[in-house]
Design a protein. Sequence first.
Length: 473
Amino acid sequence: MVPLHGTVLASYRILGVIGEGGMGVVYRAEHVLLNRPAAIKLLQPEMTRNPDAVARFFNEARAATAIRHPGIVEVFDFGISNEGSAYIVMELLDGESLARRLTRGGPLPAMRAIQFGRQIAGALAAAHSQGIIHRDLKPDNVFLVADPEVPGGERIKLLDFGIAKLASEPAHLTRTRTGALMGTPTYMAPEQCRGVQLDHRADLYALGCILFECVCGRPPFVGEGIGDVLSAHIHLAPPAPSQLALVPPVLEAVILRLLAKAPGDRPAMASQVIQQLDAAVTDAAQPPAALNARAPSRAALTTLTGANIARPSAPLRRWTLPAALAALALTAVGVAAVVGSSAPPAAEDAASLPALADAVAPVLDTTAAPTAVDAGPAIDAAAVVTLSIDSAPPGATVLADSVVVGRTPLRTQRPVRTGAVTLIVRLAGYRDATLRLPGDRSIETTIVLERKLRKPPPASRAPTAADRTVNPY
């Protein structure tokens, strides 16, 4: 399947491999006559034999050519190669994804988040005007390229319309043949999580998740598995961004409107989001002290996930979710959120979590009843401190007052506070480590965790008459 260097496909000469995945390969290429650089996505031959997979693959090409917007990756050509593989030829982008930017640099300044959010909203407005719903908007699908002509010097490009819903799309492509839902749970709107009819406002909810992550450094909802995240989107109020970071009140209001559970409570159109973000620009220009002084009270927040959780290093990827299985998981998690125990989970229980647990960030005990997060002692609005906590071995959960604040290695900023901060470092198979740190200065420390002693197995004994089974037949 892999073309050799110099092979010509659709008038483009293959120059090398950019990336490879389970469904296909992306190549760097150049037009043989125009010398125009390009990227070619080539679907695996076995995937090309699946008509539905090809239709979804070509959705990206049809969507991009229908929208024709500077914030949407440009597609030059698509078709089937002589070897039988479906391909898309698109512009070659030089930059990085928003996901990589957040992982590499942490939360963005409010002004930069507004600039990116405004551009995303503009691209969505163009897509929605053509009857196209992205349905998988997330930081991985927002690419950043240098452009001195736009505020901030970087332009966003929306990628991967592979599961987008086109106005002309056959109904059977909205779902898989088994009735599965498609999307990335971390950024899916409540109606998308429930598997009901959705419209363009699902993309606006995803934009709210992205903006939340841009300013707070983590998505609004994280969980040990898919069911936790889906249930949170459906049932739980999102944390107030100002509880996790210094966020301008106007920007916070925009984010929370985008994250409304009911589509009717969100902005009606992406163009309205642009206007609201424009109104947040003046607020974002305020110094941190002024922002914190104007921030709303945080004592009334009630949520299961109101913690300052670091951005997952490997967030939940796009999943095909069987509807019946998702409904069963949501029912179980929803009941647990209402009648669950108030005790935090034992460290030993974490070892029995499904394999998905190592692909997501830590989360509060979702079997615990919601509790109000206290605002704590008075905060010096003009200063923040940095906590840098590592553990040996790494990957431990860090809790403050039974609230998860991240996973080691953890680096986070918090407003200065009087008094001490007590942290617990927890890892399955190891004893909890307790730290008592001053709240008024930055700390950098590494904790060596002590492994728990396993109980010895019961001593073996010789079989007795009571152990023998007699077959009466």
